[in-house]
Design a protein around this ligand. Structure first.
Ligand SMILES: C[S@@+](CC[C@H](N)C(=O)[O-])C[C@H]1O[C@@H](n2cnc3c(N)ncnc32)[C@H](O)[C@@H]1O
Length: 276
């Protein structure tokens, strides 16, 4: 039953309820109230004694967050690379460190050149959308093995008006990609099977996270495909402890360099064909 409270009381109730799941419960309670009331932080600060309904929507959001569901899935919205994307369960919530994968690609590719780029594991579509915007002459292909993820990326690509630039396909790796590629990009699943995860990660699709005993199954296949298809450039996110395994698997005729994340940990690599 909805009940009338002050804004301050609603904040107190929500933050106390979600304190076991949220790192910053007060901040998240504020975000919920701002979202529900469509108000900004200034209104919230200056209207703590105003009356508001702790209605069924706020109650439902509180219970979902209390059960560790990420706020992004509750609001169906995520910020990434200074843009807002639609997000829903079944597609991985894009992470800040994946912005570095985009920067890695942009550091290697001249935006004035026409090229064909494929993203394997397109998920929400956020990476391909930003790359399409930054590389106006590129033709992009986004593939994913998950129909649900493809539904989310299709919605985002349409919202950004990029349907003519990004072709989506259901494909296991490059199986449905016949084009000759200049660039391969991926933030693949790279967590070792059986790794214990924080409870909120339990809401994200296993297909997006796990890749065999060492977390290397998809990365290794993509490295071999890069070489097999003679793709000149492959930029890939990886786990902080996978650098040696990537180096060991490096195919002949390719060089590899690594980039770090915001915490200074190895987070990805750039594999380039050595021009003879
Ligand atoms: C870590 S998520 C990345 C999603 C998005 N690109 C991002 O960075 O937020 C990995 C994605 O790879 C997809 N995937 C897993 N195995 C795949 C395969 N064999 N072929 C194509 N996509 C795959 C998953 O469904 C998931 O969408």
């Amino acid at each position: 039953m909805p009940s009338q409270h002050t804004v301050r009381e609603c904040l107190d109730v929500i933050s106390s309820e979600i304190s076991g799941a949220a790192e910053r419960p007060r901040r998240e309670a504020e975000l919920m109230i701002m979202e529900r009331s469509q108000c900004d932080a200034l209104w919230l600060m200056t209207n703590q004694d105003a009356q508001m309904q702790f209605d069924s929507v706020l109650q439902e959001w509180t219970q979902r967050r209390k059960a560790h569901e990420p706020l992004e899935y509750i609001f169906n919205r995520v910020s990434f690379y200074s843009r807002e994307f639609y997000i829903a369960p079944g597609a991985l919530i894009p992470r800040p460190e994946t912005e570095l994968l985009i920067d890695a690609v942009l550091g290697e590719v001249d935006p004035k050149h026409s090229l064909t780029l494929c993203e394997v594991g397109v998920g929400s579509g956020a990476v391909s959308i930003v790359l399409a915007e930054q590389l106006p002459k590129a033709k992009l292909i986004g593939v994913d093995i998950s129909e649900t993820a493809l539904g989310v990326s299709a919605k985002n690509i349409e919202a950004f008006g990029l349907e003519q630039r990004i072709a989506l396909r259901k494909s296991d790796l490059l199986e449905q990609v016949g084009e000759s590629l200049d660039v391969l990009v991926s933030n693949p699943p790279y967590i070792a099977a059986g790794t214990a995860l924080e409870p909120n990660l339990g809401y994200e699709p296993g297909l997006a996270l796990f890749a065999g005993e060492r977390g290397m199954d998809v990365i290794e296949k993509l490295m071999a495909l890069t070489s097999g298809h003679a793709i000149p450039l492959f930029c890939c996110e990886m786990g902080y402890d996978q650098r040696d395994m990537v180096t060991e698997q490096l195919p002949d005729g390719y060089s590899v360099s690594f980039y770090k994340d915001f915490a200074g940990l190895d987070r990805g690599f750039i594999m380039k064909r050595i021009v003879p």
